[in-house]
Design a protein. Structure first.
Lengths: 478, 102
């Protein structure tokens, strides 16, 4: 009876994940979808705690289980509530890493369990592992490797996004990575097929190499590609969770894990498409070529001109159409509300205001949409890249707020540039371009932007929030 | 060969789920507007937190005296919970802002 009830719980959980994900892909039902999936998850978790039994034995250690659940819930809620909207991508990466670590830990414990229950040890000589179940070993190792890579990679991605870890690559890193990967796979296959007497030692070596691989895998990948990496690691963790499902013949883990694995992979590909690059190019293309080619185009500097606040205010206040290109600078400065104020003020003067959203502006796809939605900017003002590129021709002023790489013309004109081939917002089509930046420092991809030196471009230096506030005051005065 | 066939036969139920879920996963998010990419990624991130169930099972099975299993299991439960709870709360916060619209 209880086991049947548990099966029902898992069925409900699985359905809630599918329906929840479906609802999440529609703006009207997204929030409900998230709560729906959360409810399903709660049912599955509670069911496991109270109804699960193995060989007729119920689970024990309730103190530990509830202790962990409560501790995790409190810390998780606090972190998620406190985090600023700008740091959202880091947060997702961090939580993803936790899931990966969890999957790896399960594998470690199950491996110890498997070795302990090794039937050979009692019968024949000690230290022989030939009696280990190969299927279980395979799944445990898969869960371990994927989980550990996902954990280590996510931690690096997290560190890179919040600026604690700098880009790092050395000559031949590409080869070193492949080698690390090959060693890990070789060790794993060796354990599974030969089950040598050093099995435990090799097992722990695999943990070490997987973590190392995860670190080296993400370290050299440039900032602009970080969303793709996080999405990929997200789907990795899904597969690692599914390995757990295989191990315990647990359908809800399997469903949830594979679902996320598949959806995450698709999402990764969609993001790559938005940047007009292949996944392979993102993952290994950044090696070597990026550094040397980046230097080459950096040499091309010229003079730029600054614009005063009052001039900028006049240009914008008397324009027919202003298009705003938000970027990460807007996010760090928390300037979305002021930006919305500016939009309203301009509109009250009869100026048409639109936002041009590059799919990978900010640190994650949709990052800008989330930010502007927070400030109550209405949906129909947000133009996607293709539409925006059509409209730039009719715009009098383009105001770029802390965006850089997504408006860099080198992506179209300079084949040596690391971002060559990425579709960009073609802001030069407009009559006048005003760029708000804190300084002339290059953007996240670390390359110079020729746009800033063009005659129709003028720079408005300063923190986005402060600059917008001042601009707002000036516009109200004219 | 025979071994492989019998392996597939023994695990066929699981293999079916894997194959079907791959298609469901792709189908379900196939038409997502780019506005929702970030929340969707975050929501999917919370869903793979289902790995917590494995952590609970491991924890619940650990013998009293096995300190290492207890500690590792406890750590796994905490990390899994962080993934689930943090993931859902962050997603909700993102989507809350969308809801104010209209």
């Amino acid at each position: 009876m209880e086991l049947n009830l548990l099966a029902l719980c898992y069925l409900l959980g699985s359905i809630s994940f599918i329906v929840g994900l479906k609802m999440l892909s529609n703006p009207a039902s997204a929030r409900k979808g998230n709560l729906f999936a959360a409810a399903g998850m709660t049912i599955a978790i509670l069911g496991t705690i109270f109804l699960y039994e193995e060989d007729g034995l119920k689970l024990g250690n309730y103190g530990w289980i509830f202790g962990g659940l409560i501790l995790g819930s409190i810390v998780g809620t606090l972190m998620a509530k406190r985090v600023q909207m700008t740091s959202m991508p880091e947060m997702v990466s961090l939580f993803n890493g936790m899931g990966g670590a969890c999957a790896a830990l399960i594998s470690i414990i199950e491996f110890r369990h498997l070795v302990k229950g090794n039937p050979n040890e009692a019968i024949s000589e000690i230290g022989s592992f030939s009696g280990l179940d190969q299927t279980k070993l395979l799944i445990i190792l898969l869960g371990l490797i994927i989980g550990a890579v996902s954990f280590a990679g996510s931690m690096i991605a997290w560190g890179k996004l919040n600026g604690k870890i700098k880009d790092f690559s050395f000559k031949g890193q590409h080869i070193a990575n492949l080698l690390l990967f090959a060693i890990t796979i070789f060790l794993a296959s060796y354990i599974i097929f030969a089950r040598p007497s050093e099995t435990p030692l090799f097992f722990y070596l695999i943990i070490f190499f997987s973590v190392l691989y995860g670190v080296f895998f993400v370290l050299p990948i440039g900032g602009a590609d970080m969303p793709v990496v996080i999405s990929l690691l997200n789907s990795f963790t899904g597969v690692a969770a599914a390995c757990g499902g295989f191990l315990y013949s647990n359908k809800v883990m399997l469903t949830g894990g594979i679902l996320v694995g598949a959806a995450g992979t698709l999402l990764t590909i969609l993001m790559c498409k938005a940047m007009n690059r292949s996944l392979k190019n993102v993952l290994i293309g950044s090696f070597g070529s990026g550094a040397s080619a980046g230097q080459g185009s950096a040499a091309m500097v010229g003079s730029y001109k600054e614009i005063s606040l009052s001039d900028a205010a006049v240009v914008m206040g008397y324009a027919n159409k202003v298009m705003i290109v938000p970027g990460y600078g807007l996010a760090v400065a928390q300037a979305q509300h002021v930006c919305h104020e500016l939009e309203k003020t301009l509109e009250s003067r009869g100026v048409e205001v639109k936002y041009a959203i590059h799919p990978v502006a900010g640190r994650m796809p949709g990052h800008m949409n989330v930010l502007l939605a927070e400030a109550d900017v209405s949906y129909d003002k947000l133009l996607e890249m293709e539409v925006a590129n059509e409209e730039f021709k009719t715009a009098d002023v383009v105001l770029i707020l802390g965006a850089n790489d997504v408006v860099n013309p080198a992506a179209k004109s300079d084949p040596a540039s690391p971002i060559y081939g990425m579709p960009i917002l073609e802001v030069e089509e407009a009559k006048h371009v005003i760029v708000n930046k804190r300084s002339m420092k290059p953007g996240y991809a670390g390359i110079e932007n020729q746009l800033f030196f063009q005659p129709k471009t003028s720079m408005l230096f300063g923190d986005a929030k402060k600059a917008l506030q001042d601009l707002l005051t000036e516009i109200r005065n004219i | 060969m025979n071994q492989l066939l019998s392996w597939i036969s023994v695990h066929q139920e699981m293999i079916y789920i894997v194959v079907l879920m791959i298609f469901v996963g792709i189908e379900v998010i196939g038409r997502v507007p780019s506005v929702l990419h970030t929340p969707l990624m975050s929501g999917a991130n919370a869903i793979h937190g289902v790995v917590i169930i494995g952590a609970i099972i491991v924890m619940g099975k650990a013998e009293e005296g096995n300190i290492i299993a207890l500690i590792l299991g406890f750590l796994a439960v905490v990390l899994g919970t962080l993934n689930v709870v943090g993931g859902f709360v962050v997603t909700d916060r993102m989507l809350e802002m969308f809801k104010k619209k209209k």
